[in-house]
Design a binder for this molecule. Structure first.
Ligand code: GRF
Length: 263
């Protein structure tokens, strides 16, 4: 079977990235890492990638956001950027949220995403994995990577049992809430925050003597197992996204994309 080509986006230490690279090298994932991109020039994950001879690039989101604050007219937006179309598709913010704030967010993120896409152009890929990438992606990036919405190609790992505790501090939120179980989730991304179709989850007990630090440690160790396993399911062509009608307790109906794992 042909190896899948995997690109990764990271922001920090890159321990999940390392687990994925190791799994590729050990043959547990039938794939190879073809690029690693970061929004943070100081991400240690970039060093990890370079240690394995993987091409890296940086799109400095912080610099783009700062420069847009100072001189919004100088921000380079792609020719196919349509603010209203993206605003209508995104579900990161309620539609009634301050339109000025939403516009600022979408313009700066799309400018950065256009730079990500340009850097990715030279590297053909089958799957993009977000491995501790601490930026929300807009429909601009998602639609460029996923031309077929029924065959999503962007995976994320989240440090909580979704749909509980989306956002930036999953283990912290789980711990502070007093949960007796914590966990991690691998999912495809959609237009919302940590709301896409779930591929796999792993859980661990939280005991009275646990601190936030060891909750994070227990969680990360499970992440390093779960993420490569989910990527291998993708490599084997075993993940099918099925639009499924859901009837809510109040009788309302909606359709959700649900991942079915083929035998
Ligand atoms: C992980 O807990 C991941 O779930 C979250 O950020 C952390 C990043 O870890 N999104 P690393 O950069 O992979 O070490």
């Amino acid at each position: 079977m042909k190896k899948i080509r995997i690109g990764a986006l990271i922001s920090g230490s890159g321990s999940n990235l390392q687990a994925i690279i190791n799994a590729c090298e050990a043959g547990h994932i039938n794939g190879e890492m073809v690029f690693v991109g970061s929004d943070n020039p100081a991400a240690y994950g970039l060093v990890r990638a370079q240690n394995h001879g993987i091409p890296v690039f940086v799109v400095d989101y912080g610099a783009i956001i700062r420069s847009h604050k100072l001189e919004p007219g100088k921000t380079r937006l792609p020719a196919d950027f349509c603010l209203e179309g993206i605003r209508a598709r995104q579900t990161l913010f309620a539609q009634e949220v301050d339109p000025v704030k939403t516009e600022f967010f979408l313009k700066t993120r799309v400018a950065a995403e256009d730079a990500l896409l340009q850097n990715m152009t030279g590297h053909a890929f089958d799957l993009v994995v977000l491995a501790g990438f601490m930026r929300n992606l807009t429909p601009y990036f998602i639609d460029h990577v996923n031309p077929d919405p029924l065959r999503p190609r962007i995976m994320n790992i989240h440090p909580a049992l979704l749909p509980a505790f989306p956002g930036v501090d999953g283990y912290g939120d789980t711990f502070r809430y007093g949960c007796k179980v914590g966990g991690c989730t691998v999912h495809f991304i959609d237009y919302g925050e940590d709301s896409g179709p779930i591929i796999g989850q792993r859980s661990f007990p939280i005991c009275p003597e646990d601190t936030l630090e060891n909750v994070k440690k227990k969680g990360l160790e499970l992440e390093w197992q779960l993420y490569p396993e989910c990527i291998q399911l993708f490599a084997e062509g075993r993940l099918a996204c099925v639009p499924t009608e859901i009837t809510h307790p109040d009788g309302r109906k909606s359709t959700r994309l649900i991942v079915k794992i083929k035998a």
